[in-house]
Design a protein around this ligand. Structure first.
Ligand SMILES: [Zn+2]
Length: 208
């Protein structure tokens, strides 16, 4: 598997970027990962990087973007924070990835059975984590389908909140970043949500 070049990155469309990630995830769940010479990729990327996508995902140890999408060195930017929430520094990182470094796609990737979402649902209070979980709380208020058992022990509920939280992160990125909004309007990039199932290894991208 060859390392992505500047020309490769330039030629990839946002839809092709989604397809590359989808195919990589399919290889992952079928245990058909590409055989990469990572040490060789260290050499090939030493002069520069041309990642085709930027992925904002959770710190959860089960969701490393490079592994679940079967990507090598230099292929994707990976931003990870508990609950895949958004703040100004994260948006700045995404602006760098797309405007300065040429990535064609932003993925906000949540996952099932997320500890951060559960913590927010249960009102966990722990040092500076408390303020991070506050950023997830709007999704809890927006979740209307569950009338009872609205707590971290109800996984179906937790997963619904996770999906809303992904959409909220996307909205926040679009609401705060003129740069990203312009790139989308020019059809230079796309932004898409997705959820990773920790029991199957599969990523489902949101269709809208
Ligand atoms: Zn998580």
């Amino acid at each position: 598997m060859k390392t992505i070049s500047k020309k490769d990155q330039h030629n990839i469309t946002p839809d092709q970027a989604i397809d590359l990630l989808h195919k990589g995830n399919q290889r992952f769940i079928q245990n058909l990962r590409f055989n990469r010479n990572l040490l060789q990729q260290v050499n090939e990327t030493a002069e520069g990087q041309y990642p085709f996508a930027a992925i904002l995902s959770c710190i959860d140890s089960r969701t490393p973007a490079e592994l679940i999408f079967d990507q090598g060195l230099g292929d994707i930017f990976s931003i990870r924070i508990a609950g895949n929430i958004v703040n100004d520094d994260i948006i700045g990182s995404l602006e760098f990835a797309c405007k300065a470094a040429g990535s064609k796609l932003i993925v906000v990737l949540g996952h099932t059975n997320c500890g951060a979402i559960k913590g927010a649902c249960d009102g966990a209070d722990l040092g500076l984590l408390t303020q991070l979980l506050e950023k997830i709380k709007p999704a809890i208020y927006q979740e209307k389908t569950f009338k009872e058992h609205r707590d971290g022990s109800n996984l179906a509920y937790v997963n619904e909140v996770a999906k809303i939280n992904i959409r909220n992160s996307i909205e926040k990125i679009l609401g705060k970043s003129t740069i990203i909004k312009e790139l989308i309007a020019q059809e230079s990039i796309k932004i898409i949500g997705g959820i990773y199932d920790v029991s199957s290894g599969e990523v489902l991208f949101f269709q809208d």
